[in-house]
Each structure stands twice: as C-alpha cells, then as structure tokens.
Design a protein around this ligand. Structure first.
Ligand code: ASP
Ligand code: MG
Length: 414
C-alpha cells in the first residue's frame, strides 16, 4: 500500500465527462489498495475567464479580491470530483485550501505556502476517505484567500505530498511525460523514463512548461518523487507509464545531455560605448535590481580602444519597457551612447547532470550551431546547463540539430 497524491490539471478536468474519467483513475488506485489525496485545478479556461471578469471591472482592481475570485475555479472542480468519486461508490469529500489549513504569506496572486495543517485530512484519508483538495489556493494571517501563481496547482500537490510524506505525487496532464525536447518542434523527441530533480528544475525554469518550477523545488527538498503522466491514456500511475522525476542516485544510466529547453520569454538589451573601468557593471545592474528587474544572461564585449565597452544582457519580455525606463534615467551616469533592444530572440538550453563529468559539451554545442550558420548572441552556463541566445527564426533548426548532435533522436525503427 502506498500513500499517493494525485493531481489533475485543467485539461484533465475540462468538463464533467473528463472529471468522471479522472475519477476512474483514482478508483483504480484505490482498488490497488492505495490511500489517495486528489488535488484539482480549475476546469481548462476557467482561471483565464475569471481573470477576464476582474479586468473588466477595472484594470487596476484589488489583488486581494482577485484572489477571492480566481480561487473559486478550483472549488468547483473539487466539489464535482468528490461527487464523481461518490458516484463510483467511493467515500470522498472536497476541501478548499482554508479548510485544509494551507497557510500562506500575504503576497496576493503569488503567495508562498508557509505550512499545512494536515492532521484533519490525514486522519480521514487513513480511514479510507478520499480527500479532494482545491489546488492553487490558501489562506493568510488576515483570514483572506490567496492564490499561488499561475500553474500553482502543481505547488499545492507537491506541498501536500511533502507534508503528508507521500510515497509519490502523480501529476496527470495532457502530455504523457517529460520529453527530450518539445515534440511540437522536434519530431524525434523522446519521452524520458527518469529525470533528476536538478535537471527538472533547470528544464522548468528554462522554459519547459509541464511542471511549475517551484513545485519541483519543493519536491527536491522533501525528496518526494513526482510522476508526470497523461490522463488520456488507459494506464494508471502505479504502472509508471510516465516520467519519474526523482533523486539523481536513483537513476541508473544517464546521458550527458538529458534534454533541451527553449524560451521566448526574454528580450535582449545592448548598451554601447560604456566606460571600460571598474564599477560599470555594478552601475548598470544595480539600478535594475533596485527596480526588481531580473537580469538573466550577460555578456560584456571586448574593448578595442581600452576606453569603452559594450554590455549585452537579457530581461523578461514583460519587464523590457521598465528596464528601458530605468536605463534611460541612468544614461548620464552610465555614459553609454546607444541603447538597442531585440525581442526576436529565443533562449535554447541544454541540460544534463552528465555535464558535470564531461568536458567539451559547450564546444560541441557551439560547433553544431556554427555548422548551421546560427549566430550565438549571448551564452550562459551553470554546472548542468548551457544556454545560448539566438535569433528566433532559427529556433527549430537549432533545437533539431542539437537534438541530433547529442544523440537524443528517437530510434527511427521504434
Ligand atoms: N488554475 C490555475 C491556473 O490556471 C492553477 C493551475 O491550474 O495549476 O494557473
Ligand atoms: Mg499546469
């Protein structure tokens, strides 16, 4: 017998029929003798619809009331799922975040879970009742409803799994696992059986959208394996049909490169003719940090005259306008002559724990892109990833050629 947290995303509960289908998956786990906590998202499109209502009342609406409104999407699904389980003759009840005691901080629209009072829920689950918990929401010290940020249903699921020390957290979604690259662009992409927490954390933060990044962080800290699997196949979780995200040492063989991620969320900024002297970088990035603007990739150009230099870096597209404002205000202090920006860029990243022990991975990446005539604009690396920024038009070509170069292509015969 295992203790499982099973989470269904929006497409998996998009209408009453799908909710019944998801309930059948839960019933199958119960038949196998497992104890189950179910976490649900809002029906597909509902969160966006509710956010639209809020914006229609006022673009500058109260973020606290926004949370009160958008949290209701998950409440609907939780009640319907409990009914669907009851319809199958199972004992089930729904729980909203505040009823469980999911305590968060007060940062509305992106709250963080502080702790979860699991005792009440656990006692009933141990007694054979299925708990159906509304994802994405909690309550704060002011007794107000909070939400955890887009995709936050994953955070609820993993945080509950960590709190109840579940054996596994199954995330049912509309894809059947984590792929070596996005199959929409790379048709030879393959489903991975295993991914380590570290790799998944990089992949999620570098653009893979399947799991919410913070949920992976929580799983890694609590050492709860996550399985990503599709709601639409016939398998149930305990057969491991999906991808298991787990500790590195539980993974037997691993390739040097595990997967490729891409993100079109960044924009490039180039400052030309900055003074080439100590303190320039601090002067550029200090004011951006003070304005709470995250800078990701950075490259400082070589200076040809010893007096001036160029600085190229990326920020999130949604923060580009603000970044330009900040930099223009500082122009006199920074002394640059030109500020250029480019939104038509994509960040391509290779991730793999095998990079720790293999030299030459980055150079193979650069050579592969050079052979295709793809210009690399900015580079950044960490212990288990290399990211490059290239023109958006080359995205598919870059992904496909790297996928082949690192031996990730699906066997043609398979
Ligand atoms: N319903 C929320 C969203 O659409 C949370 C989730 O589905 O994970 O972002
Ligand atoms: Mg999701």
């Amino acid at each position: 017998m295992a203790f499982l947290v099973v989470k269904f995303g929006g497409t998996s509960v998009a209408d009453p029929e799908r909710i019944k289908h998801a309930a059948a998956k839960v019933a199958a786990e119960i038949r196998l003798g497992h104890k189950v906590v179910v976490v649900v998202s809002a029906m597909a499109g509902v969160t966006d619809q509710l956010l639209g209502y809020c914006r229609s009342i006022s673009p500058m609406h109260d973020p606290r009331e926004q949370d009160a409104v958008v949290a209701t999407g998950e409440n609907i699904t939780a009640g319907l799922m409990a009914m669907a389980l009851q319809q199958r003759g199972l004992r089930a009840r729904s729980w909203q975040g505040w009823q469980v005691g999911i305590q968060t901080d007060t940062s509305y629209n992106k709250a963080r879970i502080k702790y979860i009072e699991t005792e009440k829920v656990i006692a009933r689950v141990q007694d054979g009742e299925i708990a159906v918990i509304a994802g994405f929401q909690g309550i704060n010290e002011d007794s107000r409803i909070t939400t955890l940020g887009r995709g936050g249903g994953d955070i609820t699921a993993v945080a509950i799994a960590a709190a109840v020390k579940a054996d596994r957290c199954d995330i049912y979604t509309d894809v059947d696992g984590i792929y070596t690259s996005d199959p929409r662009y790379v048709e030879k992409a393959q489903k991975l059986k295993h991914v380590s927490f570290e790799e998944m954390l990089e992949l999620a933060s570098l653009g893979a959208k399947v799991l919410q990044t913070r949920s992976v962080e929580i799983a890694m800290r609590a050492d709860v394996p996550i399985q990503v699997l599709s709601t639409f196949g016939n398998d149930v979780g305990s057969d491991y049909p999906g991808t298991l995200v787990t500790r590195e040492k539980d993974i037997m063989e691993s390739k040097v490169v595990t997967g490729l991620a891409h993100s079109k969320d960044d924009a490039k900024i180039i400052l030309t003719n900055l003074a080439d002297k100590p303190g320039v970088a601090a002067k550029v990035f200090g004011p951006l940090a003070a304005a709470n603007i995250n800078v990701d990739m950075i490259v400082q150009g070589a200076s040809d005259n010893g007096k001036t230099t160029d600085m190229t870096f990326t920020v999130h597209k949604t923060e580009l306008e603000r970044a330009i404002d900040v930099l223009k205000k500082e122009q006199a202090a920074l002394g640059y002559t030109d500020l250029q920006t480019d939104k038509n860029v994509v960040k391509i990243s290779m991730v793999g724990v095998g990079m720790r022990s293999h030299a030459g991975i980055a150079s193979t990446m650069f050579k592969t892109l050079a052979e295709k005539g793809i210009n690399i604009q900015v580079i950044s690396t960490s212990e288990i990833k290399v990211s490059v920024l290239v023109a958006e038009d080359y995205m598919e070509l870059a992904l496909r050629s790297l996928h082949t170069a690192f031996g990730l292509d699906k066997d043609e015969a398979a």
